[in-house]
Design a protein around this ligand. Sequence first.
Ligand code: TYD
Ligand code: MG
Length: 451
Amino acid sequence: MPKNNDTYVCQSCGMVYSKWAGRCDSCGEWNSIELEQSEASPPGSHGAKSAGRGKSIELVSLKGEVAREPRLPTGNKEFDRAAGGGLVPGSALLIGGDPGVGKSTLLLQVAAGLATAGTKVAYISGEEAVAQIRLRAARLGLADAPVHLASATSLKDILATLKAEKPDVVIIDSIQTTWSDALPAAPGTVTQVRACAQELVRFAKGSDTVMLLVGHVTKDGQIAGPRVVEHMVDAVMYFESETGRAFRILRAVKNRFGAAHEIGVFEMTGKGLEEVSNPSRLFLSEHEKPVSGSAVFAGVEGTRPVLVEIQALVSQSSLGAPRRAVVGWDSARLSMLLAVLDTRCGLDFGRHDVFLNVAGGMRITEPAADLAAAAALASSLFDTPLPSETAIFGEVSLSAAIRPVPQTDARLNEAKKLGFHRAIAPANIPDRPSLKKFGALDDFVRWLKQI
Ligand code: TYD
Ligand code: MG
């Protein structure tokens, strides 16, 4: 008979149940639900009786003397940028990504950078043997960096070592290979991942150590042994790449000590990951002369402005139901733009195949890119190139209004820096030279038609 405080947890997605079931309702996995015995009664659970009364805690005012959290720069500018300006002592970070994307490479480079600058770094790998890591370090030209290296998977051993060695920064590669012998569950299961992460995070907080946890992501973009770790750590960063591309984006999706959505851009080369300080270069293509269907979007990723080319191809279709295909763009958002262009601006895409592609393998989620995508679509339909050296931004509403977007100045300044001296933008932003403003998409389409 299970005790009251026992719960059943899906080992695939982390969903918690009060009784066992053969199939997880949340992720659909079979036979993934296992009994998890809790050591103590969680607060508020039935039958939980705490011994004795709690002691009174001191309540204080918001205002008070606090030192600004010191930052430990890693020397890797792109990494620091994504982390919000360096590592904060006593914080825990999760770095997720597909197997093979370059997490171990990135962290070895970060470790070497920190160690060379005099920080005590322990790199503990459960995935590779010491010899393998040494080989990689030699290939990256980092063999001389004084990194403290170990290959281990037992949480108990790792914690004992860390307590004795007292490093400033610890890298655990990966959290899925770390296991605690106090639990019956197999390594890599939700139960193990959660327990190990909890212990490691607790150690980081108690000893002012920076804890960098590597986590492999499953194909649907979730960290296996999932979400459970995300809420325990101070920052979550994903290392992403497009298939067949050399560049990698380190994206902060949560950061207690900095801006979320900040990105660091890297290029995977034969000598490891190189920092890309001017990412717009990657996402713009060179055209000899202006081509129709190409629009340059002045975007912002986190706090960094990035110019990205959006390409559209609208071609006569022989199919009953014409094709709509997107790369780096949301297909629902394409449908919305086509509907607005059709209903409000009188453009007929009904007998055309429509392809929309974000150049360079970038993925755009900002609504501010609507106007640039609409411009690319209209430009391809009319077979009229957009004016050269022009950056575009603005959100399009269902009523075809072009709405203002945040960080106008950052966008315009980045565009100018890269030789885009003209811009097309929403109506209600301050005037600037060479700035063409539109309040409605149909006005823009009419203007485009006559150029
Ligand atoms: P790795 O860091 O092992 O990935 P992860 O830890 O995320 O699983 O990276 C492995 C890939 O990176 C591998 O396919 C080879 C490639 N790579 C290079 O292209 N250049 C290099 O200098 C290194 C070290 C790796
Ligand atoms: Mg690895």
